[in-house]
Design a protein around this ligand. Sequence first.
Ligand code: ADP
Length: 652
Amino acid sequence: MEDTRNKILLIEDNKLDQMAFERFVKDEKLPYDCTVAASVSQAQSILASEQFDTIVADYSLGDGTAIDILDAVKDIPIIVVTGVGGGEAAIRAWRGGAYDYIIKDSEQNYLKSIPKTIENAIYCKKMREALDRKQKNLEAIFDATPVGMLLIDGNMIITRVNYTFKQMVKKEYRQIINQQIGSALCCINSICNENVKECGYGPVCKDCQIQKTIETVFDSGLSVRDIEIHPTLKVENQEIMPWFRMGVEPVIIDGSKFVIVTLSDITENKKVEYERRLAEDKYRMIFENSAVAITIVDQQEQVISWNRFAEDLLGMGKEDLHLRQVRSFYPLDEWEKIRVYNVRQKGMQHHLETRMIKKDGSIIDVDISLSVLKNPEGEIIGSIGVIRDITERKKVEEALKETMEMKSQFISTVSHELRTPLAAMKEGIAIVLDGVAGKINGMQKKFLDIAKRNVERLEVLISDVLDFQKIEAGKMKLDIQSNNIEEVVSEVYETMSLYAKKNEVELSLESVEELPKAKFDRAKIIQVLTNLVSNAIKFTPEKGRVSVSIQHQNEELIITVSDTGMGIPKEALPKIFERFYRIDRPGKQIQGTGLGLAIVHKIVMMHNGRIEVASELGQGSIFTVLLPLDPKPLQKNLAAKADKILNNSIVN
Ligand code: ADP
């Protein structure tokens, strides 16, 4: 037992009895700290400021009875002491809430039973307090549980509810207690009215999953968990359809059957799950319906997923594809090539053309985009292949290549064949013009001159077409050597001087500095410069000026050919290097094929250089060629770019 002292309030109006009590406490060495009140009012004023473990009160007091104290004090046990023959009063006091009563006797023997009675009273008080605390703790846990909880009795009536449930339905306790669960939830099938409890009696209530589950638990005595319910509720005048996860546990309280219903709101989880499923369905739809074959391969290089088109493409079914090793799809040599890319390890995307083996053993040409597959943590878990059958395209490409080769062969043969009769015609005309075959008159000379000019024009045309055909067929090869650009430009200058003189155009050559040696194809660069200078002279009226200059800057040679000629209209500038592009010059008959600048452009690009043009209509033009001193090995993309420009111009 604890050895703490007990605080006792003795309420006694008889002085002798007071003293007897105090003497008894002293003689018996009882661990009491006694306070004495001689009347109800004195006791009440003491109790207003002090706490006691027990009160021992005489029944009849001067200004009232012990029952008056009972009304004022609820949580302190009171032992009522009555006089002899006060049995009736004692029972009254006991009914009024007194813990116990003792009857006084004249020998004061009643005092002997006091310690035990007090001890019991204090023990009872402590027990009650402990129970109260436990109850309060349990209630706090009940309220703090993040799931809605209801205690339902055998009549399907809610007898207890926690705070979370109250929040769920946005109602007060009194609107929930004594209700059926449907009414408490505001199920639309139940009348949401405090006075009318329709739940369980509505037309659809017999099918209600909540009702049925609770009834089953009552009947079977077994708990039911994780039931998902989706009722339609009317909360704050709004119809909502939340999702709940419900559990029902049977419990026995005071010998009666009850169930505890737990409800967790899982609407958000359901929403997330729904959206995830929607996204998944969307991807599956794309996956299944893409007009390309898609295969997914794991880290062990085996197929784990594929779409319908993959089955069609390879002529294989599920049984052929599931966990098939990817390498078996490819001829050995192709597999070796694919392995080199090792998309999964390098973690990047790759695009390749290869061949695959169908189920029947036939080989198809395919185009594959390979990319890595990562899990949400960003780790590579496989690869995705998007495969297109390009067998037909390959066939068309082959056929086209053949046609192109034939066309190129044809152009080349015809052009060469045309040269021989042309040379004969040229010679014949020259002989007749020279008068070797007899004297010719002025009129005859005039027509022969026209014939000679046209033969020469045809010659240029044939040589341009041949050049171009070479470029198209990829047959133009460069012979890159170390050269002196000044020498090359001087040579062009020499040959063009005569032509300039004839056209009464002043041709000048400026070279500002000592120039380093550069690497280029001498004949091709001569062709470029001759073409640019002859154009400049051709499109410059008499008394105009054409000048050629060379400089060196940033590892590049910069050659400019400028003239004071007729210029190029702004809208024509972007097309000037396209093949067969010619500018219409009204009233002027200037010969040309429209191929010259296209060839110039291609040669410059093949040297890894650039060509630019600036011009003002009626003022003149400046063509600038920039050549690297050392053209690095031909960059494929530049050549491709040049080809693209040339090819586009065919369509245009
Ligand atoms: P063409 O055989 O017609 O000369 P080009 O490809 O060499 O073909 O030139 C294309 C067109 O660019 C020419 O028709 C001409 O109108 C224009 N052009 C080229 N060089 C000049 C220049 N220096 N001055 C003005 N126009 C020019």
